[in-house]
Structures are given as structure tokens and as C-alpha cells.
Design a protein around this ligand. Structure first.
Ligand SMILES: C[S@@+](CC[C@H](N)C(=O)[O-])C[C@H]1O[C@@H](n2cnc3c(N)ncnc32)[C@H](O)[C@@H]1O
Length: 213
């Protein structure tokens, strides 16, 4: 799968590319390309945003800047999914993640300040995704959330089996995962449930399924 991210700060993604599971699949199942709007802006002095028509606070990412960025990489609007990251988008959940992980190529557009000129969303993008009903300062964390969540779904990203029995998985009926415990078996009088120390795999399995919410 290829994921292209358009951002004002490509270097912000360095940390993520060193972390598993993204690091594990990079260069294998995942090809990640980062593009900076400033590198292709048609405006002077690296300008990428402008004051909003109608007045008001904040700056808006210009449509000509986003179009030039897409043009430079794809020679126009590509035919794969181009997704604006915006609070107004469809909310990300595990089914959206699975859908994205099934794509061959996806482009993510990040904005900042007041966000995108609406024509970026309506004319340059195929769809829009929100990572939740709250406002972040820019689209880079949302892009990283999408990247991490999608990378986990790619072959070889996780240790065998560890992605199958987790929260929101079909295996758990879409529910939340059961609790985990590790040593010590008793800390401060807070014991681990006896069943987990029993060595009886059938009982452990039954207990875990009861705990799924
Ligand atoms: C400060 S936000 C803009 C908020 C916008 N003025 C509003 O009130 O909806 C700047 C940028 O951060 C990104 N962003 C912020 N919150 C987001 C969220 N919940 N999901 C996806 N992207 C988000 C988007 O790219 C957005 O354009």
C-alpha cells in the first residue's frame, strides 16, 4: 500500500516512521511519501495560506497551493482516494481503518489554523475524515493516527495473532478487549484474578470472553 501525506511539516513524521508497527512495514507493505506544500507553492516566499473571505480570525490553506502540490506529484487530481483531514469529515473508526487498509494508494491532506479553503475538500478530495469530535491544531496528528491504525492492519505489521483478538475486532464481536495482567500476581493487595493463574486455558478463554464489553 502507498500512503502520501501532504503537510506543512513533513519532518514531524520522522518519529512515527521509527515506531512499530509503521517502522516494521515501511519499505515492505507500506510506502510512505511526505510532501510539503511549501515546496510547490506557486506563491512568493513560501506562502501557503491566506485571510478568509468575509473576514474573521485565522488563515486558510489556499486551494491553488493544494492544487499545485497535487499537480506536482500526480499531474492533476489522482484517481485514487484523496482524503482531507478535517473535523467536518466522516468519523474514523475501525471499519473506516479496515476500508483504508484495503486501498492500494491513499493520499492524506493536512491543514492548520482555520483549515482548508472549502474548494480543496469539494474539488480536490474524494472524501474527508475526522479523527474525532474535537479540534486539534493541525492535521498532522490526525494523519499519524490514520497511518498508525492502517499500518497495524497490513500483513506482517504485528506479531502473529496479536491483531486478531483486540478491541473492535470481528473476533470480539466489535467489543472492547478483556483486561490484561502481568507479574507480580499480587501488588499492594491488588491480586490478579485467580482464573488467570489457573493454567486452565479453557477457563481463561471463557473468562476473557465474559469480560469483553
Ligand atoms: C484548528 S483545525 C481547524 C478547525 C476548524 N476551523 C473548525 O472549527 O472545524 C486545523 C486543521 O487541523 C486538522 N484537524 C483538527 N482537528 C481535526 C480532527 N478532529 N480530525 C481531523 N483533522 C483535524 C484539520 O486539517 C484542520 O483543518
Amino acid at each position: 500500500m502507498q500512503i502520501d501525506v501532504f503537510t506543512l511539516v513533513p519532518h514531524a513524521f520522522a518519529w512515527l516512521t521509527e515506531q512499530r508497527p509503521v517502522a516494521t512495514v515501511l519499505g515492505r507493505e507500506l510506502d510512505l511519501q511526505l510532501f510539503g506544500y511549501r515546496d510547490t507553492t506557486p506563491l512568493a516566499n513560501g506562502q501557503v495560506d491566506d485571510a478568509p473571505y468575509g473576514g474573521g480570525a485565522g488563515m486558510v490553506l489556499r486551494v491553488d497551493v493544494a492544487a499545485a502540490a497535487l499537480d506536482a506529484v500526480y499531474g492533476g487530481v489522482p484517481d485514487h482516494r484523496v482524503i482531507a483531514l478535517t473535523p467536518q469529515g466522516r468519523q474514523l473508526d475501525q471499519s473506516v481503518v479496515a476500508e483504508l487498509a484495503g486501498e492500494e494508494r491513499v493520499t492524506l491532506l493536512s491543514a492548520r489554523f482555520e483549515g482548508f479553503d472549502e474548494r480543496v475538500v469539494t474539488h480536490l478530495c474524494s472524501d474527508a475524515i475526522s479523527v474525532g469530535p474535537y479540534v486539534l491544531s493541525n492535521g498532522d496528528l490526525p494523519a499519524m493516527i490514520v497511518l498508525d491504525a492502517v499500518a497495524r492492519r497490513l500483513p506482517g505489521a504485528l506479531a502473529e495473532g496479536s491483531g486478531e483478538l483486540e478491541s473492535f475486532s470481528a473476533e470480539l464481536g466489535g467489543g472492547l478487549e478483556y483486561p490484561h495482567y502481568t507479574r507480580p500476581a499480587d501488588f499492594n493487595g491488588w491480586p490478579v484474578p485467580d482464573v488467570l493463574l489457573s493454567g486452565d486455558h479453557a477457563r481463561v478463554d471463557a473468562w476473557r470472553r465474559e469480560q469483553v464489553r
